[in-house]
Design a protein around this ligand. Sequence first.
Ligand SMILES: [Mg+2]
Length: 304
Amino acid sequence: MKILIAEDDFISRKMLEKIFSGHGYEIISASDGDEAWRILEEPEHPHLLILDWMMPGLTGVQIVQRLRKRPNGHSYYTIILTALDTPTDISFALDGGADEFVPKPYHADVLRSRANVGRRIVSLHESLSEKMRLLEEANITISRQAATDELTNLYNRRFFNENIMKSVSAAKRYQFPLSLIMADIDKFKVVNDTHGHSAGDQVLKVFANILRNTARTEDISARWGGEEFIILLTHTSCEGAAVMAERVRRLMESECFRITSIAVTVSLGVVERQNDEDAEALIKRADKALYCAKDEGRNRVVLG
Ligand SMILES: [Mg+2]
């Protein structure tokens, strides 16, 4: 483990280096407080420190006080070495954030043993923060997975439902328009039956990509289930949503065959939220508009 030895007196510094060499420490030395601080500003700097109190530039206690103000200030183990050893001095150093106070002259073995305690604590801290980091990463992955449809990488129904509730109440409060597009791949069962399920999955992915590329960042596109998709557009009127729906329809008609060699179209229902309409009623109306599009011969956009 890296250990920083900051001591301005040349002989004392060499003695300290000797005490720690050959005991599993990588020794980094500084001959004054400012040099010690520069070392502590480098990446991968030591977290176990032996600091002389009285040095030119920053004193050992000032270094400790500054370190404790860092966001990871608690991850250091600091030993203050000094000839000042009145109870007031000791309290001042420990209250300033030092972990250990060793008066000069010290016994070499005892000082090394005290540093060994620090090494155990720094290692424990390192392994804990590594575990915390992994846990945070796992949490991010889990919440992303909980909100995402595995096949298409769009949001899933659960995430959509949570967000439409929020958007509807915001639209009610701030009186902005909110629209919904419900889309369903035409004759999807035929695709699966004729070309197999992996071809069907491919078609779903192509459509998901079209939605991703067409939607604005503030829109929420989700896989509603099976071959049904839903798009929530805030601050958008029915006319604006219809323009997007028509773009999606045309892209599906032209793109899908180019990519999958299977000609597939999509039907879309578009609605805008009306006075006091809640999320459930809005979805129901979008669904109705979608089924009108199916009834009228598919591959079209119908406004509800
Ligand atoms: Mg000194």
